[in-house]
Design a binder for this molecule. Structure first.
Ligand SMILES: Cc1cc2nc3c(=O)[nH]c(=O)nc-3n(C[C@H](O)[C@H](O)[C@H](O)COP(=O)(O)OP(=O)(O)OC[C@H]3O[C@@H](n4cnc5c(N)ncnc54)[C@H](O)[C@@H]3O)c2cc1C
Length: 495
């Protein structure tokens, strides 16, 4: 039986497609339609991302299909030279599921690699991936050989180099972010020079590019660690939310646990009072693993339930009952690691053109989890936003990345909101995000950078002590500031 918890993922992408008007108007400005509604402009030279709120004009958008060899490197060099001569930015993106223009160069050259080449090396326990490969490509290449990615996001649509560039994390334990599983990479620097980087070679470039949002170089391929694919079976425990941190720590420290995550209840009147901990262990029988499959019927049923929560407190309570009682009863069968992580974001897609799904994510130490619960209880239910879900994950300590969000082992809280597409809701979301970040930074935590750009600059530097060092190194490496996106334009470039 397929596991209910496989859609542990998060949520679907707010449909940016199909909204709005033609690109005749200035495309980066919301179109006023006489109401408070935000209607993002569209057009041939407008790029948007998963938020649907980042419509940005670009000079051109090229899809490069070459293998990671001389032809691709020559094309990247050519585009860098042309962009520099014209004083335009260049930025490479993959799925553009970031939510604040982190993969879009304003008025510049946007590159997308369309090449899913992945070659496993089973004797080394690694695979060589084209920078543009998606996690679905990686799973498809590794699964038949009995291997699995060590760390990736909860969904398989994202790009491998993009994952390194945001230093994303997943829910296998007890690992750090994905960068911790990368042995080496090759990238083209803004100067056009091709460099190989690892912890031993060009180590500072390796540390800057990990979680460096494409601002250091254009990655062409990567050597990444893999683990054996295994058959797993879940256990479910519910508890008061205040007991979650200790129970999670124990699960992460248990060598028998391979994957783990948590959930909290989200009804407004008892917000974040109850927790659910789900752990996966290897079964005794590891023979004849079935091929990795896609979404099961339960994931789709769960998606309906997830959406039915919108504006309906009774349904939120019903979903919690379903997750904590029905899910464990129905979804406790064995499943492979690769099947668990082979989930597309589309599973929970929301086709409502009046709303968009917005993620937030916060990282807090285990000893700060009670402070985190208090902060969320005080800030979130008082807002105008519809809070649909929170997933709790483990992120091991990251000693590599200059822009590290886990300088100590942390609990990651991935939150899903459904936001109305109005200026009023956008202003409320910005206000609530800043209030939450203040509280999280106060307890020593950090927020995640690929989401909406609502933080203040002071909040970014408080959450990321390496930010000034990053910006200074970037200016030295890229004095013409060719590699740029909104994270640079709105934040790091101000330092
Ligand atoms: C539904 C959903 C689920 C998510 N789940 C998780 C999760 O489980 N864990 C987690 O940590 N995050 C999660 N995220 C966040 C996600 O990891 C980031 O948004 C990530 O950027 C998405 O990958 P992408 O391919 O869309 O990247 P893009 O948005 O296309 O790019 C991200 C960054 O990588 C840079 N980049 C891309 N390719 C290259 C390259 N070749 N060279 C140099 N730089 C490059 C871009 O310039 C950009 O700054 C989730 C997001 C969504 C929307």
């Amino acid at each position: 039986m397929r596991s209910f918890t496989r859609r542990a993922a998060l949520l679907g992408v707010g449909g940016a497609a199909g909204w709005g008007l033609s690109g005749l108007l200035r495309p980066d400005l919301p179109v006023l339609d006489g109401t408070d509604r935000i209607v993002p402009a569209t057009g041939e030279n407008v790029l948007n991302d998963a938020s649907g709120l980042s419509a940005t004009p670009v000079h051109k958008h090229l899809h490069l299909t070459e293998d990671a060899g001389e032809a691709l490197i020559a094309a990247i060099r050519r585009e860098l030279t042309e962009a520099r001569a014209a004083g335009r930015p260049l930025n490479v993106g993959a799925a553009r599921h970031s939510m604040g223009g982190q993969a879009i160069p304003r008025d510049g050259t946007a590159l997308t690699f369309v090449n899913g080449a992945v070659t496993p090396d089973t004797s080394a326990g690694t695979y060589l991936a084209h920078a543009g490969a998606r996690w679905s490509d990686v799973i498809a290449a590794l699964d038949p050989a009995g291997w699995s990615p060590k760390v990736m996001q909860s969904n398989h649509d994202f790009g491998v180099a993009a994952t390194y560039s945001v230093n994303a994390h997943g829910w296998p334990v007890p690992f750090g972010p994905m960068g911790s599983t990368v042995r080496s990479l090759r990238m083209v620097l803004p100067s056009g020079e091709l460099v190989t980087c690892s912890r031993d070679e060009n180590a500072e470039l390796f540390r800057l590019a990990m979680g460096g949002y494409g601002l250091i170089g254009v990655i062409v391929d990567m050597q990444v660690e893999m683990v054996r694919n295994t058959r797993l079976t879940p256990s479910f425990i519910t508890m008061p939310a205040g007991e979650f941190a200790a129970a999670f720590r124990k699960a992460v420290d248990d060598p028998g646990v391979s994957m783990a995550y948590g959930r909290l209840n989200v009804e407004r009147d008892s917000f974040f009072q109850q927790a659910l901990l789900i752990t996966y262990r290897e079964t005794a029988d590891q023979s004849d693993l079935p091929a990795a499959s896609g979404s099961g019927w339960m994931a789709h049923a769960a998606s309906r339930l997830y959406r039915a929560q919108l504006g309906n407190e009774r349904f939120k309570a019903f979903r919690w009952w379903n997750e904590t009682l029905v899910g464990p009863a129905l979804g406790s069968g064995a499943v492979t690691r690769n099947t668990l992580i082979n989930e597309p974001v589309i599973t929970l897609d929301d086709r409502n053109p009046d709303r968009t799904d917005i993620l937030h994510e916060y990282f807090v130490g285990f000893d700060a989890f009670d402070g985190f619960l208090d902060a969320c209880r005080e800030v979130i239910p008082a807002s105008y936003q519809e809070f649909l879900n929170v997933t709790l994950r483990y992120v091991g300590q990251d000693d590599d990345s200059v822009l590290a969000f886990a300088s100590v082992p942390r609990i990651a809280a991935v939150m899903s909101f459904s936001q109305e597409l109005t200026n009023r809701a956008e202003a409320d979301m910005a206000r609530m995000t800043r209030a939450l970040i203040d509280r999280i930074v106060e307890i020593g935590g950090a927020y995640y950078l690929p989401y909406r750009p609502h933080a203040s600059l002071a909040q970014l530097t408080a959450a990321y002590p390496g930010a000034r060092r990053f910006a200074a190194a970037k200016r030295t490496l890229d004095p013409d500031l060719v590699l740029r996106n909104n994270l640079w334009d709105s934040y790091l470039g101000q330092l």
